[in-house]
Design a protein around this ligand. Structure first.
Ligand SMILES: Cc1cc2nc3c(=O)[nH]c(=O)nc-3n(C[C@H](O)[C@H](O)[C@H](O)COP(=O)(O)O)c2cc1C
Ligand code: SF4
Ligand code: SF4
Length: 403
């Protein structure tokens, strides 16, 4: 005689026509534990390509990542997602909403309230002289003022405010209190300048020492004085100041470098890269990265030859379509390198990390870089392990004089 447990088991696992062939045990999973391992409902894992075809899924994935990272997500009193989170998800650019884009552009334009205080203006016209885009003129009433129809071409360089001896000019973005500082004595002559730049060398050996946040903030402040094309704030900087996090990304970068060998060895893929990325990037990959990758120079089995044990990384990135973002990023990186050097730290620009970020979405996500951004350059930096007594003087300039 069958025992009771066996009978119950058989009953529970027998397909029943009213349940469309599912057994009572399966129905329990469907109703109460639909996503558990033994449930008849199994979700297919989508490939990265599939996700990209359905932007809403990318949004959900990103939201789940935020929840995962924070452990929980506090909703507003009315049960909505907090505005900060919604804005963060929107900024990733998975979906562009026409109305939001319109409101953003109108707000930007309306914020452009550049004013000249006519009571303070003594009509010296210096602001007119220095403006790089001829935005200031004398109006029909003989007053020095902004030319309204030119308001959208202001570079926000602040030169007009800086030159005005009576503080009469106001660029919407700046105040005399916060943004205009009295010009310090630069304290530097040509020899001092050369001494400073010649003592900077790319540093690839670092002490195992955290770079303090205050130091990084100082390094970043040097950008407040950097030249730029178009608009100054289109370049964004991601700071990764955590060696464990850097190390967690290294295997992905190693995989990217392994793939470079496969791609360049394949004549069809090689041509596609040349076509899509342009000849400059293609040559950098083929003549620089490919031979190093082929020699397995970057293999992690030899240690970290990618970020060289650096305790901190800076990644400069911007919206792929942002004007002048490549040039601006490289100028900014140069300033950052000098700021790093001036503080007694050392750094090296790194072109492999941005290349890997731009190719591999997983790496991009690890750095929290928005989907529509491209990385231009990165800097690995920290406290130098060694002191050099000598520096290298290269004859790197090819000059053509026209006199
Ligand atoms: C655009 C760019 C990308 C670079 N990429 C790397 C890199 O990926 N890895 C590295 O070790 N150095 C990299 N460097 C640093 C150069 O190799 C270094 O500046 C050069 O060897 C000269 O040495 P110096 O900086 O000490 O004068 C890069 C520099 C630039 C400007
Ligand atoms: S620099 Fe100042 S004082 Fe001179 S014209 Fe311009 S606003 Fe007037
Ligand atoms: S901020 Fe620069 S571009 Fe704009 S009005 Fe002043 S000088 Fe001209």
């Amino acid at each position: 005689m069958k025992n009771i447990e066996q009978i119950v088991n058989e009953q529970n696992n027998r397909g029943i026509s009213e349940f469309e062939g599912y057994s009572p045990a399966e129905m329990e999973y469907i109703l109460y534990k639909p996503f558990e391992k033994n449930s008849p409902i199994q979700l297919l894992k989508l490939s990265e390509q599939d996700y990209n075809k359905i932007p809403i899924l990318n949004q959900i994935k990103y939201l789940l990542k935020i929840v995962d990272e924070n452990g929980e997500l506090k909703l507003t009193a009315k049960g909505f997602l907090p505005t900060k989170i919604v804005a963060n998800i929107y900024e990733q650019g998975f979906i562009k909403d026409e109305m939001i884009e319109l409101v953003k552009s109108v707000l930007n334009k309306n914020n452009m309230k550049n004013i000249i205080n006519q009571k303070k203006c003594k009509k010296c016209k210096l602001c007119i002289e220095v403006c790089p885009v001829n935005m200031i003129g004398v109006n029909e009433n003989g007053l020095v003022n902004f030319i309204q129809e030119r308001k959208n071409i202001c570079l926000e360089c602040g030169q007009c405010m800086a030159v005005c001896s009576t503080n009469a000019v106001k660029i919407a973005k700046y105040t005399y209190e916060d943004n205009l500082i009295v010009m310090p004595d630069n304290g530097i002559d040509y020899q001092k300048f050369i001494d400073f730049i010649s003592t900077r060398r790319s540093v690839r050996n670092f002490k195992n020492k955290l770079v303090e946040k205050e130091i990084i903030v100082k390094i970043l402040e040097s950008l407040d004085f950097a030249p730029y094309g178009a608009e100054p704030d289109k370049v964004e900087i991601t700071v990764m100041n955590n060696r464990n996090k850097i190390e967690s990304i290294l295997p992905l970068i190693e995989k990217f470098l392994d793939n470079i060998v496969k791609w360049i060895d394949n004549p069809i893929i090689s041509r596609i890269i040349k076509h899509k990325k342009g000849i400059e990037t293609f040559n950098t990959i083929k003549n620089h990265l490919y031979p190093m990758s082929k020699l397995e120079n970057y293999k992690l089995k030899y240690g970290d030859r990618i970020t060289r044990g650096a305790p901190a990384l800076l990644i400069l990135h911007a919206d792929k379509e942002a004007e002048e973002h490549t040039n601006n990023s490289l100028i900014y990186a140069t300033y950052l390198m000098f700021a790093i050097h001036s503080l007694g730290l050392g750094g090296t620009m790194n072109g492999i990390i941005p290349a890997a970020i731009n190719k591999d979405k997983e790496i991009k996500q690890k750095f929290n870089i928005p989907e529509q951004h491209e990385a231009i350059i990165s800097i690995m930096f920290g406290y130098p392990e060694y002191k050099y007594k000598k520096t290298v003087k290269r004859d790197a300039k090819k000059t053509h004089w026209i006199e």
